[in-house]
Design a protein around this ligand. Structure first.
Ligand SMILES: CC(C)(COP(=O)(O)OP(=O)(O)OC[C@H]1O[C@@H](n2cnc3c(N)ncnc32)[C@H](O)[C@@H]1OP(=O)(O)O)[C@@H](O)C(=O)NCCC(=O)NCCS
Length: 191
């Protein structure tokens, strides 16, 4: 089981250690961060999480039983008037922790925060078309594609297509209501 807690300054070194190279940084976070990612860039985002109506929520994701931090996720571009936000910077930190269901649980927790706690109506996200694992994770939770942006980013000679996806509160609620509780794959193996 995954639990989200507010990301704090003390969490910065761990997150920095999860970003191996410039390509990964662009795939994970988009062009706002420059490689090498460093504390000042993250502190800048952290500043946006302050106040009563922050424009951004940054979370670390913990495994409830083990108590260790395994991931990171954000709600950005928060618009309280339209009840919308962008899900982003979705990361299960170490490669060996991926493909065990942790990402899906983490995204599910962030969606629950957005729809239930913040009362939002629509969550969108952008994912590169080659990131099959992330797309599978989002589709499993009910996200559907609404736009494709070819050449949205370049990395060296590579041109990347951004797939825009959305999930509204109604679809989210219907999907949850129709689902049986799933057994977590995450607890089956130790890291
Ligand atoms: C994207 C990411 C968060 C997904 O988390 P994860 O823990 O690896 O994914 P999960 O194990 O929860 O799997 C989610 C779905 O993807 C599927 N999946 C898992 N590994 C896969 C793979 N290699 N290829 C395609 N689909 C895969 C699973 O079957 C699952 O679908 P299901 O719930 O219907 O069975 C994680 O892989 C990650 O941190 N990647 C690097 C950073 C990144 O690219 N972030 C996304 C930026 S948009």
């Amino acid at each position: 089981m995954i639990e989200l807690r507010a990301f704090e300054e003390a969490d910065i070194p761990r997150l920095l250690g999860w970003i191996p190279d410039a390509r990964f940084l662009l795939q994970w976070a988009g062009p706002q961060y420059k490689f090498p990612l460093d504390a000042p860039q993250l502190l800048n985002t952290l500043a946006a999480t302050e106040g009563e109506r922050p424009s951004c929520f940054m979370f670390k994701a913990l495994r409830k039983v083990e108590g260790d931090v395994v991931g990171h996720i954000e709600l950005t571009k928060v618009n309280y008037d339209t009840g919308t936000a962008r899900l982003g910077r979705v990361l299960i930190g170490r490669p060996e922790w991926r493909s065990r269901g942790l990402g899906r649980e983490m995204v599910e927790s962030a969606l629950s925060y957005a729809f239930n706690r913040l009362g939002f109506d629509m969550i969108t996200l952008g994912v590169f078309d080659f990131n099959a694992q992330a797309i599978a994770c989002y589709e499993a939770l009910g996200f559907t594609e609404y736009e494709r942006r070819p050449n949205a980013r370049t990395f060296g000679k590579e041109r990347w297509t951004l797939v825009m996806m959305e999930l509204n509160r109604k679809v989210w609620a219907e999907k949850r209501a129709g689902e049986q509780p799933r057994a977590s794959k995450a607890g089956k193996t130790n890291p």
